[in-house]
Design a protein around this ligand. Structure first.
Ligand SMILES: [Zn+2]
Length: 255
């Protein structure tokens, strides 16, 4: 699929990179990404995914903007307080790049609807704020054969993992955290606090890992880093990388 001249110009700084090139940019334009959570991680992640020309975006969040969000949720303004995040995020994308296909999902993601939300995606980026949703997203991705970038942040700590648990030798997010958090629905961010820029670092790094995974079929940025979890420390600052093993007893990805 050849990109039209105005798209070649828009993405010129990508296309000149040997790791992206015309083929990589065309792959991004064809890609469908489901973004779960449009908060501190999802806002900057969305800005860089849309900026990268990801052709099709599905935006999932059932929350509304409140004043405490504005310190880190970069796509919202004071006038947005009280309005639905997913709907506002769709408007943001349309105003940023009218060529992108975008739609929003108003429902809260649950184990019951996760499968239909992630179906047909090339990749899911999960930046939601609780374990129960993260596990439901991960299980649906494994079942549907969709790769997952899962990101979380609190205080000065971020983590970004790349998972392809549908592959026989690769772990899923549940292999990493286990089953204990299925019912855990707390949002520790309200209690513990979070430096806004830390959410930005974590969200943009999650977008980078998503783009890395989407470019993998064209050679792109090398290894998609399945099973790697990156821990971001904003106080030092430093980044550490852990390898997650596939759990042979995992109820989602091992049979
Ligand atoms: Zn697993």
């Amino acid at each position: 699929m050849a990109l039209p001249p105005e798209r070649l110009e828009r993405f010129a700084r990508h296309i000149v990179l040997p790791e992206v090139g015309g083929a990589g940019q065309a792959a991004l334009a064809k890609a469908k990404v489901v973004l779960i959570g449009l908060g501190g991680i999802g806002s900057p992640a969305l800005q860089y995914l849309a900026g990268a020309g990801i052709g099709s975006l599905v935006l999932v969040d059932d929350d509304a903007v409140d004043a405490t969000n504005l310190q880190r949720q970069t796509i919202y303004r004071e006038d947005d307080i009280g309005h639905r995040k997913a709907e506002l995020a769709e408007v943001w994308v349309r105003e940023f790049d009218a060529a992108l296909d975008v739609r929003w999902v108003r429902d809260r993601l649950t184990a019951d609807n996760a499968g239909s939300i992630v179906a047909g995606a090339d990749l899911v980026l999960d930046g939601c704020d609780n374990f129960a949703t993260r596990l439901a997203v991960s299980d649906a991705c494994v079942a549907a054969g969709v790769p997952l970038i899962s990101a979380a942040v609190g205080r000065f700590q971020g983590q970004v993992g790349a998972f392809a648990g549908h592959l026989p030798d690769q772990p899923c997010y549940r292999c990493y955290v286990g089953d204990a958090f299925d019912a855990d629905d707390c949002d520790s961010c309200a209690e513990d606090g979070m430096l806004g820029a830390m959410a930005g670092w974590t969200g943009t790094f999650a977008a980078l890992q998503a783009i890395r995974a989407l470019l993998a079929p064209t050679g792109g940025m090398g290894d998609p880093q399945w099973g790697k979890l990156h821990l971001l420390d904003g106080l030092k600052p430093a980044m550490r990388t852990l390898s997650i093993a596939k759990d042979p007893a995992c109820k989602a990805c091992s049979r």
